[in-house]
Design a protein around this ligand. Structure first.
Ligand code: SF4
Length: 276
């Protein structure tokens, strides 16, 4: 990647000149991409257990991330129906859902936004106040940062990417998602991934990672590696809302985007933007 291109990406993410990535780091990321693309398939069996939530999950202060809890499966009889729905019916099902207590406090469900045939899928945690008010994921300050991150990949949220959350309704007061809420909501995400069939998932934040990969490992330990969810490659990075409070980790997020971009190019054999 040329220095000019790199400077442009940094500017798009609002990193400023102080956060320039050295060539050596970029080369290391390129090596990691190849290495983990080769080993990622080995993680497939364990990730088949993902999105089966059960044990309590807690949202920790950004500066002191708590260990992620494993998830378990809850069969409430809805899963088979949801997994048979096509896109419009799935949207309607989410909009009318009363499967957990969050239906009583939400203003809008947040199904997701973007291209349902996209190569990229970005999965966050849960709607916040702005998302609950608008019915769209990643709006407000965190949304603007995500848009800048997408711009660094020559993408916009309506072009070759589908963006959604693990939970489709806002937890009151932006509290941590309850395990039963994740359990009730997870079939929707499973079906979205099945229908979109993304080439690459970018999991943003601990709860997205927990739901997809069923791991209690830290994001720091999972970054820079290629994971898999149902045979779809997954790259882990920080949630934009976290980055707004932890500016020094923006560089790490940018490294993750570089890794994701390289991985997508390897998966498709073409430039990222040309896939759009
Ligand atoms: S969070 Fe998910 S399961 Fe709960 S009411 Fe909303 S759509 Fe339904």
């Amino acid at each position: 990647m040329s220095n000019t291109r790199r400077d442009s990406l940094i500017a798009e993410m609002g990193l400023g000149p102080v956060w320039k990535l050295r060539d050596r780091a970029a080369e290391a990321l390129a090596s990691a991409s190849v290495e983990h693309a080769a080993t990622g398939a080995a993680t497939g069996a364990s990730t088949q257990r993902a999105l089966n939530p059960a044990q309590p999950v807690r949202r920790a202060p950004p500066s002191m991330p708590a260990p992620m809890q494993p998830t378990v499966h809850v069969d409430d009889g809805r899963e088979g129906t949801i997994l048979g729905l096509e896109w419009p019916a799935l949207q309607e099902s989410v909009a009318a859902c009363t499967a957990c207590a969050l239906c009583r406090t939400r203003r809008h469900t947040v199904f997701g936004v973007g291209d349902p045939a996209a190569q990229w899928m970005i999965i966050g945690e849960a709607p916040g106040a702005d998302e609950d008010a608008s019915g769209e994921p990643f709006v407000g300050q965190a949304g603007r940062l995500l848009d800048n991150m997408l711009a660094s990949l020559d993408m916009t949220r309506d072009k070759n990417v589908f963006i959604t959350n693990v939970l489709k309704c806002r937890p009151p007061g932006d509290r941590n998602p309850e395990s039963i809420e994740v359990a009730r909501c997870s079939p929707y995400l499973v079906r979205q991934v099945e229908l979109v069939q993304p080439k690459l998932i970018l999991a943003m934040g601990r709860f997205a990672v927990q739901a997809l990969l069923n791991t209690d490992a830290s994001i720091a330990s999972l970054r820079g590696k290629l994971h898999r969810y149902r045979d779809v490659p997954v790259i882990v990075t920080y949630h934009p809302a976290y980055l707004l409070r932890n500016l020094t980790d923006k560089l790490k997020a940018w490294e993750d985007l570089v890794f994701a971009r390289q991985t997508m190019q390897e998966l498709t054999g073409e430039g990222v933007a040309s896939g759009a």
